[in-house]
Design a protein around this ligand. Structure first.
Ligand code: CAA
Length: 290
């Protein structure tokens, strides 16, 4: 199957990543259904679409008819049945909870057409942890987008031992149709490419903060102005979610048993306080005014 043959995409989860992945699919011309169990999350996702598309038109980045067509192609639903029953390709982007993902993959397997690919956008669970919940392991892979998904060009496609090469090729092809520059991982590895590299940067930044060497603001300023990164590691953690940083470190620690892999004291403190970054209005920076 080629990406041109994909008529319908289902994106499961309308959170931080899912709402933008769904909109990217609709903008690329695919009939897209965005599903979330939370009505409030769906309303937020729809609200984002309704402000984002006119904003793109006003900026001259999109024609009015293109914006209208994208909005018509994107539907929102609380029903997994409705989202997936005609889908040729499913991208799961629910919270990073393995049991939940397994349950959703098992349900999707019963709902989606037999040819449909089931991809996960998980930041750290490899798809072999999910493939066994389905009767179509050859059609299961990782397709990992970056935040904000409408902007970031990279998509990591991970071909697990169970993934058919054609499935990975289709995910790569679809990513290109979404205007992305995908990369292929020929083996499963914890953290894939980008989060492994990013974790080293964040760990060092947290060490410098936790040991009182410099403030978060100055560490960010140094990384932006000396290394040319678009934003420093603390602003980035606020963007991607400190809850995600916490879970990534905990998952790594569970895997290795190495105490050095535990989340840093600052991350634990912020996680427990519910200061998870932009999504909660406060993280390393305060967003309550915005
Ligand atoms: N959603 C959608 N679009 C957004 C956006 C958002 N939240 N924030 C910015 N944009 C768009 C703007 O509309 C603008 O688009 P155009 O140029 O086409 O008009 C463009 O991005 C630039 O925006 P701004 O000028 O307002 O701001 P900026 O230049 O500071 O860019 C940024 C903002 C794109 C977020 C930039 O700071 C950046 O690239 N930061 C690094 C992000 C990053 O590293 N992401 C990867 C995180 S790791 C991850 O995601 C791992 C994981 O597993 C979840």
């Amino acid at each position: 199957m080629k990406a041109e043959a994909i008529k319908k995409i289902a994106v499961i989860g309308a959170g931080n990543m899912g709402h933008q992945i769904a909109l990217a699919c609709a903008l690329a011309g695919f009939g897209t259904s965005c599903c979330d169990a939370s009505r409030e999350q769906l309303q937020k996702a729809e609200g984002f679409m309704k402000s984002y598309l006119p904003g793109r038109v006003a900026k001259g980045k999109l024609k009015e008819e293109e914006a209208r067509a994208a909005a018509e192609r994107l539907t929102f639903t609380e029903s997994l049945e409705e989202a997936a029953r005609e889908a040729d390709f499913v991208i799961e982007a629910v919270t990073e909870n393995l049991e939940l993902k397994r349950e959703i993959f098992a349900r999707l397997d019963g709902i989606a057409p037999a040819h449909a690919v089931l991809a996960t956008n998980s930041s750290f669970f490899v798809s072999s942890l999910l493939a066994g919940s389905t009767r179509r392991p050859a059609l299961v892979c990782n397709m990992h987008f970056f935040n904000p998904a409408l902007v970031m060009k990279c998509v990591e496609v991970v071909q697990g031992p169970h993934t058919a090469p054609e499935t990975a090729a289709l995910a790569m092809d679809l990513a290109r149709k979404l205007g992305k520059e995908p990369v292929l991982l020929k083996k499963e590895i914890y953290g894939f490419l980008v989060n492994r590299i990013l974790a080293r940067i964040s760990e060092e930044a947290l060490f410098l903060l936790d040991t009182g060497v410099a403030s978060a603001e100055d560490i960010d300023r140094a990384v932006v102005n000396a290394l040319g990164h678009p934003m420093g590691p603390f602003r980035l953690m606020d963007l991607t979610g400190i809850d995600l940083s916490y879970h990534i470190a905990m998952e790594r620690y569970r895997e290795t048993g190495n105490p050095l892999d535990k989340p840093s004291p600052t991350v634990v403190e912020k996680y427990v306080r519910g200061e998870w970054g932009r999504k909660t209005g406060r993280g390393f920076y305060d967003y309550s005014e915005k």
